[in-house]
Design a protein around this ligand. Structure first.
Ligand code: SF4
Ligand code: SF4
Length: 1006
């Protein structure tokens, strides 16, 4: 008799049938598209089930086959059993499946020892690879082949989180990297982050088997091999190891009917079609998706066709002869669009196509489609004025010679006002970005973009449509009218997990498709809109508005009419036609435009690593007959100049001076040999609790007779070093701090490393307490526990309670510095001097702030206040040097300690704000809210616990006076384009607000 093992994962069903000698008689592996039971049924129909005596199921979705009544074994157990058969001498198993990855350790005799699984947020899974494949328009099975075609150093892709990976990939597209290069960066990064996530710096010994669906990807498996540095074996059919293990368990334990007769599979086949009926009876909590208040347009109102390249082409009005038009192009992360607008502002035609990870190719195909449109329409375009928008606006703009490259929010708003001058609210869900825009009198006075997270965007819907096997074109029809259960709106990872759960519980695909739309809508309303006023003239823009059911999801929730234009998917391109008409003088239009014949240009992309400074920019050199366009030069140097460009920027002056003041009081940057006359070198980390307190600690160390030295500035290497030893998933500043510790303890940089337990600041009157974040408080202990951190014995960790009487604080300091033989009296003297040094620095910073404010006032310009903790706002290595880049746009940047904010302004309302930096942040917010010329830019971090609500309070303070703001969320990854788009868009709304809203706020403030 035979034994069957069946493995139901979040994406695939795997089955293995064994004979009594444990030979594989039959096996199968199929994507289930949200229908695991139906897929298993179909698969097993062809199996000799009458000969099967035993069956065992496994996998995260094993519950979907509960009707069989056979045993379910844990996926880890099944994996171990499978590997024992396939790689008998393996000591470790790395299992990378559709929804999770894990590490299992085996004893020398092959018995199970322990295992660790990824956290909910880690993304090195098959579902993650699927999502990214979709973005690149490369089938998941071909991803490794494409990656192998790229033979240079793979560009960095942040694979720790799907959201940031997408962001990095878009950035690489904008830089001209090919799909092969991005695929290589993705696969290598995924292998590395899987190992980092599972090992947290610990070493692995012994032969390691890599199994699971992702192990089929040879580049991911190779990158795991490189990172581990031990013998790694990928067995044949690694995707079936779990099913094989389950079959072995079934055979060994006789998990069938128990009497050696054929196992009864009839409940599986009797269940066919029952799931849908059952699902209807569950009492769905979400109302059916219906459009009752909104008039939805007919998109088939004009002639359009899809050409052989997949470009959707539309001729709106039949014309003949030459037509003078402006040409707007929107190069988005997932789609590229064009509009041709004549001089009477009629849309002559439009084109819509996938970007497919290659914006240059997309634009060439778009221009080819425009030539086809001319031929088919019997007219010729005389293009006068070219504008680009979208994430690829700058690179493509430079390549085709556009007249204007503008951020998407401005472009979309221009189109919305053109379509309906009364519009007061724009909801926009693009492929990667979600935006919410408020307008008054045709002007944008506030615009918000999702930080980076793509949960509330079109790409998530597209990914789920693929997973559910529902073509995007049918999605709305299938979801319309469907009621469904509640699902998470928190982030893609949690949303997706809920959806998997629904499928496993028997909800049908249509109901799950409807649930996806509710989740996306809720995520958008909670995370992007966040309580802002939603008007009565609401336009829904972006290609997602072509999904009628998603529009219905908004109508159902808001109870208002949602207007959708026939051009909803083209508003970026349409807006650029309007803006180029309005902003570029006629005689200058199309001066450098390459013409539609750019479609046939021979474009070749090469790569080069710049070694002129330690930024080591990964440059792309886009070569055409017309010359070479170099892209990705962070300093902005001309490619022909072979030296780093030093920029002189007056609006950065006060920030720079503050930094210099901090440096003069801070420890010496060099970490060289011991200065004569000192007792030794004590190192400080340029991170977390010590970052904002350099003047304090430098003075303290010097008063004790030592030389203070500091870790180098945060770099990519710092982040890598930190990620390799962190024992859990932390925010980027904590990861960076681990890296600083590695760098400081390596070699002979310092004799000691001072990492204090920074606990509390004195509580300002009116507040209940003043703590540092728990990660900051516990940091020395976490470092001590970090496996792989060499030289820990050098760490000195006194407890610092600045809220206690000086004598008590000094006693704790002396105790923590016992290894140095510091007495309480010495500690007390050093403490007093340190406090004075910190106070001097604070005064110097305030003075610089008052000079900056006077400058702003005198010039009647705007100022940008960077609000956040010093270690995540002032560290250029973590913020991609964004304050400097913001200043380069022409506006002074200030840090919060340069302003004379008052705690009283947020009391008694926020008396329970017990985070020290939270108090500063909210008080600064209150100051900025009242100031007519200052605008707040909040610097936060992915996974920051305190900010999850401090940010809400910050928004509340701003929303009360209707003042626009900008929030930027960082995660230590390398792409700045998305952030700059947000900054540029925010600046436009700051300006508009100043024109139309400032007088009102001034009245309120008075
Ligand atoms: S910043 Fe400039 S000089 Fe430095 S690596 Fe990049 S391109 Fe080269
Ligand atoms: S406050 Fe936020 S960013 Fe700072 S250490 Fe804590 S979690 Fe990280």
């Amino acid at each position: 008799m035979l034994s069957l093992g069946i493995d139901i994962g979040s994406l695939f069903v795997g089955a293995v049938l064994l004979d009594e000698q444990q030979n594989i008689v039959r096996s199968g592996y199929e994507r289930h598209h949200g229908e695991p039971a139906a897929t298993a049924r179909k698969m097993l129909e062809a199996y000799p089930l009458a000969d099967v005596a035993n069956a065992v199921r496994t996998g995260s979705g094993a519950g979907a086959l509960a009707m069989l009544g056979c045993d379910a074994v844990d996926p880890v157990v099944a994996g171990v059993e499978g590997v024992r058969k396939l790689v008998p001498d393996a000591r470790n198993i790395i299992q990378i499946g559709g929804g999770s990855f894990s590490l299992t350790r085996l004893a020398p005799d092959g018995s199970y020892q322990r295992s660790a699984i990824n956290s909910a947020c880690a993304s090195g899974t098959g579902a993650f690879l699927d999502q990214q494949s979709l973005r690149l328009q490369v089938p998941p099975t071909e991803l490794a082949d494409r990656a192998m075609r790229y033979d240079k150093r793979p560009p960095a892709v942040a694979t720790r989180c799907a959201v940031f990976a997408k962001s990095d990939m878009i950035h690489l597209q904008q830089e001209g990297f090919t799909v092969d290069a991005i695929a290589a960066g993705l696969c290598v990064g995924l292998g590395h982050s899987t190992v980092d996530g599972l090992l947290s710096g610990r070493a692995l010994t012994g032969k390691t088997a890599v199994i699971g669906g992702v192990a089929i990807n040879s580049v991911v498996a190779g990158s795991v091999r490189d990172k581990l540095g031990v013998e790694v074996v990928v067995p044949e059919n690694p995707n079936l190891a779990g099913a094989l293990g389950a079959a072995l368990v079934a055979g060994a334990r006789g998990r069938g009917n128990g009497n050696g007769t054929a196992f009864d599979f009839s409940p599986l086949f009797a269940g066919a079609g029952a799931a849908d009926a059952a699902a209807e009876d569950r009492g769905a909590l979400r109302a059916p998706l219906e459009l009752k208040l909104s008039n939805y347009p007919d998109f088939a109102w004009h002639r359009h066709w899809v050409n052989e390249d997949g470009s959707e082409i539309a001729v709106v009005e039949p014309r003949s002869g030459a037509i003078t038009v402006s040409f707007g192009v929107d190069i988005g992360s997932t789609s590229t669009k064009a509009v041709f607008l004549d001089r009477e502002k009629n849309v002559v035609g439009w084109i819509y196509r996938k970007t497919a990870g290659n914006p240059i190719r997309a634009v060439q195909l778009l221009m080819k489609a425009a030539q086809e449109m001319e031929r088919e329409g019997g007219f010729a375009f005389d293009i006068k004025g070219v504008g680009t928008t979208g994430s690829g606006r700058k690179m493509i703009g430079a390549l085709i010679g556009s007249d204007l490259a503008t951020n998407e929010i401005t472009a979309h708003a221009a189109a919305a006002v053109f379509i309906d001058p009364n519009v007061d609210t724009i909801i926009e869900l693009g492929g990667q970005d979600a935006k919410f825009t408020q307008l008054q009198n045709g002007m944008v006075y506030n615009s918000i973009m999702n930080y980076v997270c793509a949960a509330g965007t079109g790409s998530f819907i597209e990914e789920q449509s693929l997973k559910l096997g529902i073509p995007l074109a049918d999605y709305a029809d299938r979801a319309m009218g469907k009621a469904c259960p509640l699902t998470s709106d928190r982030c893609t990872v949690y949303m997706e997990r809920d959806l998997d759960l629904l499928l496993a519980r028997g909800w049908n695909r249509e109901q799950v498709a409807a649930a996806v739309l509710h989740s996306v809508r809720d995520n958008y309303l909670n995370k992007v809109v966040g309580g802002l006023f939603i008007g009565d003239h609401i336009y829904f823009q972006g290609a997602t508005a072509r999904n009628r059911a998603l529009v219905a999801a908004f109508e159902v929730e808001l109870g208002k009419e949602i207007k959708v234009s026939r051009f909803c998917h083209l508003t970026g391109a349409l807006g650029m036609c309007l803006l180029v008409d309005e902003r570029i003088p006629e005689e200058k239009k199309s001066a450098s435009f390459k013409g539609l014949q750019f479609a046939q240009a021979d474009v070749h992309v090469d790569y080069e690593l710049c070694d002129l400074c330690n930024n080591n920019c990964n440059l792309s050199l886009i070569k055409t007959e017309g010359g070479t366009l170099a892209w990705g030069l962070k300093c902005g140097r001309d490619y022909s100049e072979k030296k780093v460009k030093v920029r002189d920027n007056p609006t950065f002056e006060w920030w720079r001076k503050r930094h210099n003041a901090w440096l003069s009081l801070a420890p010496a940057k060099q970490t060289g040999s011991k200065q004569t006359g000192t007792k030794g070198r004590i190192g400080l980390l340029q991170s977390l609790g010590t970052y904002g307190y350099y003047p304090f600690w430098k003075k303290f160390i010097e008063e004790l007779g030592y030389q203070a030295v500091q870790s180098p500035r945060t770099s990519e290497g710092t982040m890598h070093a930190g990620a390799a030893i962190t024992s859990a998933e932390y925010c980027a500043p904590v990861v960076a701090s681990h890296g600083h510790a590695v760098e400081m303890l390596a070699g002979d940089r310092a004799d000691w490393l001072l990492v204090p337990y920074m606990m509390r600041e004195p509580t300002p009157p009116g507040f209940t307490d003043a703590h540092f974040c728990c990660y900051v408080q516990a940091h020395p202990g976490v470092l001590e526990a970090a496996a792989g951190l060499e030289g820990k014995e050098k760490i000195l960790s006194p407890i610092v309670l600045l809220n206690r009487p000086e004598a008590e604080t000094a006693r704790a300091l002396a105790k923590g510095l016992a290894k140095l033989g510091v007495s309480e009296a010495e500690a007390l003297r050093a403490l007093r001097a340190a406090k004075a040094a910190q106070a001097d620095f604070a005064a110097a910073s305030l003075q610089l702030g008052s000079e900056a404010l006077a400058w702003i006032e005198a010039r009647e310009t705007l100022g940008l206040v960077c609000i956040g903790r010093p270690y995540n706002t002032l560290d250029a290595g973590l913020t991609l040097d964004l304050p400097r880049k913001m200043a380069a746009l022409g506006y002074p940047v200030l840090y919060l300690d340069m302003l004379p904010y008052k705690y009283a302004d947020v009391l008694p309302e926020f008396a329970n704000m017990y985070w020290h930096y939270g108090q500063k942040i909210l008080a600064t917010a209150a100051y900025v809210a009242k100031h007519p010329r200052l605008f707040g830019v909040y610097f936060t971090n992915f996974m920051c616990g305190p900010d999850s609500y401090i940010l809400t309070y910050f928004k509340e303070i701003m929303n009360r006076v209707g003042k626009p703001y900008l929030c930027l969320q960082f995660d230590g990854h390398g792409a700045d384009a998305g952030y700059l788009t947000r900054v540029e868009a925010a600046l436009e709304s700051f300006h508009s607000w100043s024109k139309i809203r400032r007088p009102e706020v001034a009245a309120v403030a008075d």
